[in-house]
Design a protein around this ligand. Structure first.
Ligand code: NDP
Length: 318
C-alpha cells in the first residue's frame, strides 16, 4: 500500500464490496491462488447485515442469522488467503491497465483485475423511526423478511413495480397489506396494478404519506397523513406489525460511471449474463449490476462468475 500513485504495487485482483458477491469472488480468486484484496466498504457484510434471519439461502435448513452468514463467508474468503481491508474507494481510474484506485485512508492501489461488488442501497423515506425500528419491523426486502409476518398486518410504501410486487408477495403471507402510495395513482405496470387492485387482502392508501412509526417493542403502527396540505387533510394511525420500504434502490456505481456503461437508474450494464463490463479485467457482480433479482444467492452466483473470469483473464494475459 502506498499514498504515491507512481510507486503503488500492482496487485493481481482487487474486489470492492463485502456482500455475498464480493466474498464469493474472493473465495474463487483465493482458491485460484490469486491472493485477492477485498475492500469492505461502508457496510461490511453488505445489505444482508441489516436484515435479521436468512431463510432462503440454500444449505441452511433451519435458516441462518444474516450476520452469521456474512461472517462465515468472510472467514471462508480469509481461509483462501483473501486480504480483507476496511477502507472505501473514493476515486478510480480505469482508463488503462493497471487500474488505479484511491481510498479514504489515503492509500493508492494499482491492480490488473477489478471486481466491482459495491451493491445497491435501498432508499428510505428519511424518518428517524426507520432507523429506530430497523430489524424490529422495518425492512426494505419483502422476499427476505416477509415470512416473519405470516398472518400479521404489514404496510408497503411505494407505487412502482417493486412495491406492487412486494405487496402481492406479502399478501400471500400476511393477513392484510396496506400499500401506501403518495400519488393518486400507481406508477407500476398495468399487470402489476391489476394484481394489487384485485387482491382482497391489499388496501391501497392513495395520496398518503408516512409521518412516523410507533410501538413499544418493535413496530406496532404508523402515523400517516392523507392529502397533506389540502383542505381535506387527515392524519390518522394504522396498526401494523411490519413496515416495508419499496421506493427504489440506488446502485452504488457513481464512482465507476465515467468508465463503465450504466442504465438510467445507475445499474452497471454487463455483457449478456456475464460479469464483463467491457473494460478488460474489470467485472461487476451482485446488486450493483442487477436491477432484477437482488438476492443474496444471485449476488453470490455472479461473484462466482466474476472470480472465474478474473482467473481466466489473468491466465490469458500473463
Ligand atoms: P420506481 O422508481 O419505479 O418506483 C418508486 C416508487 O416509490 C414510486 O411510486 C414513487 O412515487 C415512490 N416513492 C419514491 N420516493 C418516495 C417517497 N419519498 N415517499 C413515498 N413514495 C416514494 O422503483 P421500483 O423499485 O418500483 O422499480 C425500479 C425499476 O425496476 C422500474 O423500472 C420497474 O419497472 C422495474 N421493476 C420491474 C419489475 C417487474 O417487471 N417484475 C419488478 C420490480 C421492478 P412516485 O410515483 O410518486 O414517484
Amino acid at each position: 500500500m502506498t499514498t504515491n500513485t507512481e510507486n503503488a504495487k500492482i496487485e493481481q485482483c482487487i474486489i470492492l464490496g463485502s456482500g455475498p458477491a464480493g466474498y464469493t469472488a474472493a473465495i474463487y480468486t483465493g482458491r485460484a491462488g490469486l491472493q485477492p484484496i477485498i475492500y469492505e466498504g461502508l457496510q461490511p457484510g453488505g445489505q444482508l447485515t441489516i436484515t435479521t434471519e436468512v431463510e432462503n439461502f440454500p444449505g441452511f435448513a433451519d435458516g441462518i442469522d444474516a450476520n452469521e452468514l456474512m461472517d462465515s463467508m468472510r472467514k471462508q474468503a480469509e481461509r483462501f488467503g483473501a486480504d480483507i481491508r476496511t477502507a472505501t474507494a473514493t476515486k478510480v481510474d480505469l482508463s488503462q491497465s493497471p487500474y488505479t484506485l484511491w481510498f479514504d485512508d489515503d492509500t493508492v492501489v494499482k491492480c490488473r483485475t477489478l471486481v466491482i461488488a459495491t451493491g445497491a442501497s435501498a432508499k428510505y423515506l428519511g424518518l428517524s423511526d426507520e432507523k429506530k425500528y430497523q430489524g424490529q419491523g422495518v425492512s426494505a426486502c419483502a422476499t427476505c423478511d416477509g415470512f416473519f409476518y405470516r398472518k400479521k398486518v404489514v404496510a408497503v410504501v411505494g407505487g412502482g413495480d417493486t412495491a406492487c410486487e412486494e405487496a402481492t408477495y406479502l399478501a400471500g403471507l400476511a393477513s392484510k397489506v396496506y400499500l401506501i402510495v403518495r400519488k393518486p395513482y400507481l406508477r407500476a405496470s398495468k399487470a402489476m396494478q391489476d394484481r394489487v387492485l384485485n387482491n382482497p387482502k391489499i388496501e391501497v392508501l392513495f395520496e398518503t404519506n408516512t409521518l412516523g412509526l410507533f410501538g413499544e417493542d418493535g413496530v406496532e403502527g404508523a402515523h400517516v397523513v392523507y392529502r397533506k396540505g389540502e383542505a381535506d387533510e387527515r392524519t390518522y394511525d394504522i396498526n401494523i406489525d411490519g413496515f416495508f420500504l419499496a421506493i427504489g434502490h440506488k446502485p452504488n456505481s457513481d464512482l465507476f460511471k465515467p468508465w463503465v456503461k450504466t442504465d438510467e437508474t445507475g445499474y452497471i450494464m454487463t455483457e449478456g449474463d456475464s460479469p464483463r463490463t467491457g473494460i478488460p479485467g474489470v467485472f461487476a457482480a451482485g446488486d450493483v449490476a442487477d436491477p432484477h433479482y437482488r438476492q443474496a444467492i444471485t449476488a453470490a452466483a455472479s461473484g462466482c462468475k466474476a472470480g472465474i473470469e478474473v482467473d481466466r483473464y489473468l491466465k490469458e494475459n500473463d
